[in-house]
Design a protein around this ligand. Sequence first.
Ligand code: GAL
Length: 524
Amino acid sequence: MKALQVVLLLLLGLLGARALPFGDGKPAMGFNTWNAFRTDINEKQIMKIADLMVSLGLRDAGYTYLNLDDAWSEKQRVGGKLVANKERFPSGIKALADYVHSKGLKFGIYGDAGTMTCALYPGSLGYEEVDAQTFAEWGVDYLKYDNCFAKREDWVLDRYRAMGEALNKTGRPIFYSLCNWGVMEPWLWAPQIGHSWRITEDILPTWDNVVKLLDYSVGLSRLAGKGIGHHDMDMLYVGNDHLGEYHPYGPFYQEHKMHFALWALMKSPLMVGHDLRRINQSSLDLLLNKEIIAINQDELGVPGDLIWQQGTRRIFAAPLTGGARAVVMANFQTTQTQYPMSNVTVYWEQLGLRRDQAAGVRDIYGGQDLGVFRGSFSAAIATHDVAVLRIAPLEGPTNDGWRPWHGQPLYAAQPANLAVPQPQDWIPNYSGPRTAASAQSQDKQQQQKAAQRQVPSTSHGPPSFALVLACVAAVAALGVVGYYIVLQRRLRGWQQLEDSEAARKAGELARMQQRSKDGWGNGA
Ligand code: GAL
């Protein structure tokens, strides 16, 4: 590892000046407007979000950046400078930044390393110095720098380095977040230029997409961390309740738990992307979970990674300061059957611990210590759910030198994970497979029970035909109303999905047209 670090540092040295060192080097936490509002942003709404970040306890939990995404400016520069959109930000960006600062928050903005932003506002290519200076004058603390509308011959490293150098020149510490969607392996050069870099294309509010982004993150942990910079898995969708409605398999609560825990474990920036004006308590509790945040902000700052996989069962892990390990055992099974759980076992040697070492196991989402274990720990995990564990050795040797890439091979054949599932583990009072004889006796028992349960006849006599008819009619009416409501909701959900899909396609078309005007480049 030492050798790799030296080679990396030498390579980085050749590339030019490093970005200004930034604060404590921990992943950034905050709020970004894009996932919640897209281009529909304005100053009143942002001020309200700032108020809510304070009153909901997000600021105090560590979410300190409030970042504007695309569409904050006018469509044209004025005197060569970017200016705030007059209709939606009439008081100007400086006034908004001042308001955000007055709440004890930091203020972030969005720019683009091409001729236009993805939503067709002016880009900063060729204007890096003047824009960086404008941002610094406005009191900007964070810049997300996108990658739309750039030509291939404007080499990606040059474009991103130019803005990095311009930010450095201002003398104001500005967190520089590169958003080039993982193009040209930014993890190999971005540490030289900025503080975090996107490793994938945009996150979407679907389960499949969350799984895809996780797959893209595999094997990257050794290339980021404290003193290097952070892989950005893109902004959070935690709390966006349309997730489940938009897509039949969209994330439900357990999927939000997995999304949040794994983004935290990977040391990705944690940028809330939900409209805080209508957040529900369970989503807020998730975002405020101190122990998950502590994994993300751990002093050691080493990203987690996939350490084991067998089919849809996966284990991700990261070392924590002081020798403990953060472990996420996940069940990616999607088919909802009568067995919606799977057993997963993590072995101590996968975590760089001695096989017979005693370790305390804490269930973080459950909020309880599960006891002292030696050698391994098993849990039954529901589909799309996770067990997030803190495994802390209680006896030596303890060290935090273990890394996810030191573990056992992904294909390790451990006995517990190769054991065929047993019915007695999953079926209460299991009494062997059904035979013709046992089926008959079970049916008989059920009939007897049903007979005992029958209401004894009373002096009132049997219910009249009219009463039965009325009951049937009432149930049918309720059914029709219920079905109508569900149908309406579904239709609305699908309509929204179609609208957003159509909007996305229209945007893509506009970009393609623009690009073919500009010549094909490496933009989106
Ligand atoms: C994308 C970027 C998104 C968002 C959007 C704005 O390129 O990845 O996070 O910023 O542009 O148009």
